[in-house]
Design a protein around this ligand. Structure first.
Ligand code: HXC
Length: 257
């Protein structure tokens, strides 16, 4: 990997994926997008990994798609390359994915953050969809996911003016889970990851899948889907272990089976 640092066991059961193009503020070029996809695919298949944290550095999570690489492209180039569909594949990642965001999360960087299941932000984090200032618009979920996350009015304002919002405002709007001082955002993400990694990985995946269904279907179908996943957890050893541990007044040990 040229632009990614991957630590599969940064903590027990928790992998860390770090974008590493610091000079370009982690601008997402084609290579970096493909590396993120490939890394997540490998971590999804690695049974020892229960939760993944994706992060950048203090100054930038990612300042968007690489403008210099995109500038001269034609519509047909963009269509044939279809790299933003690659970014969209990240949505299929089945394990809990936590974004630890500091500094700029702009354009494709904001879209990448929004594909995460949970977000921990540092106080310096800024979120924005500034594509309009470049004469274009979001292309990897920025209109769709942002509107679902923060509502139509705020999404319209952000996408049409290109203005950024602060970590505090993102928190108030429900875009991020928590905001912590800049020296603590990664540690806080690890704390959150550890508490999820201690749960049944089977139940965590099924629960994630069920919540994501909310955005893809209507209530009746979503409730049906949820119920089936709930029943399915009873096929796992982890459910037997979790309930036995409660009855026996001890801590459960989930094995992911
Ligand atoms: C390529 C980028 C970049 C980007 C920053 N850089 N963002 N290169 N693509 N998206 C480069 C700069 O050119 C510069 O390199 C170096 O990173 C540092 O950036 P500066 O501008 O000098 O830093 P600063 O003054 O602190 O400003 C930071 C910034 C600004 C506000 C984040 O860089 C900025 O506005 N960047 C563009 C943000 C943006 O428009 N993102 C949306 C992209 S479109 P050099 O070599 O010049 O020093 C997009 C479409 C997505 O994401 C479609 C679907 C995925």
């Amino acid at each position: 990997m040229e632009f990614l640092l991957i630590t599969p066991q940064a903590r027990p059961g928790v992998a860390l994926v770090q974008l590493n193009r610091p000079k370009e503020l982690n601008a997402l070029n084609g290579q970096l997008i493909r590396e993120i996809r490939d890394a997540l695919q490998a971590l999804d298949a690695d049974e020892a990994v229960r939760v993944v944290i994706i992060t950048g550095n203090e100054r930038a999570f990612a300042a968007g798609a690489d403008i210099k690489e995109m500038a001269g492209k034609t519509a047909v180039d963009m269509f044939l390359d279809d790299r933003f569909a690659t970014l969209e594949q990240i949505r299929r990642f089945r394990k809990p994915l936590i974004g630890a965001v500091s500094g700029f999360a702009l354009g494709g960087g904001c879209e990448l953050a929004m594909t995460c299941d949970l977000l921990v932000a540092s106080e310096t984090a800024q979120f924005g969809q500034p594509e309009i200032r470049l004469g274009t618009m979001p292309g990897a979920g920025g209109t769709q996911r942002l509107a679902r996350a923060v509502g139509k009015a705020k999404a319209m304002e952000m996408v049409l003016t290109g203005e950024f919002i602060s970590a505090q405002e993102a928190h108030r709007l429900g875009l991020v889970n928590r905001v912590v001082p800049v020296g603590q955002y990664l540690e806080e993400a690890f704390r959150l990851a550890a508490s999820i990694a201690a749960m049944s990985p089977v139940a965590a995946r099924l629960a994630k899948e069920s919540i994501n269904r909310v955005f893809e279907t209507h209530l009746e179908e979503g409730l049906h889907f949820e119920r089936k996943n709930f029943y399915l957890t009873f096929a796992s050893e982890d459910q037997k272990e979790g309930m036995a541990a409660f009855v026996e007044k001890r801590k459960p040990e989930f094995k992911g089976r």
